[in-house]
Design a protein around this ligand. Structure first.
Ligand code: ZN
Length: 74
């Protein structure tokens, strides 16, 4: 099939965005989501390449601070 826009949660078979999405596993820098289409009932797995871009951390007062991947507070 051609001409179907493929995006996260969009069925690669019929193009519907009416899909069930379940987190499956994280492997290295890839995350896998098992998807099933509610329209054509096909299944596929969406693959994400995760890019580490920093973290949030709470200080002793419970206030959240944002840091970039070099540890600099934002
Ligand atoms: Zn479909």
């Amino acid at each position: 099939m051609t001409g179907v826009r493929k995006d996260f949660g969009v069925c690669p078979f019929c193009g519907s965005d009416d899909a069930e999405i379940d987190y499956d596993e994280f492997d290295g820098e890839y995350a896998f989501y098992k998807c099933s289409c509610n329209v054509c009932n096909k299944n596929w797995t969406d693959v994400f390449k995760a890019v580490y871009d920093g973290y949030n951390a709470d200080d002793e007062n419970g206030k959240e601070h944002l840091f970039d991947k070099d540890g600099n507070e934002l």
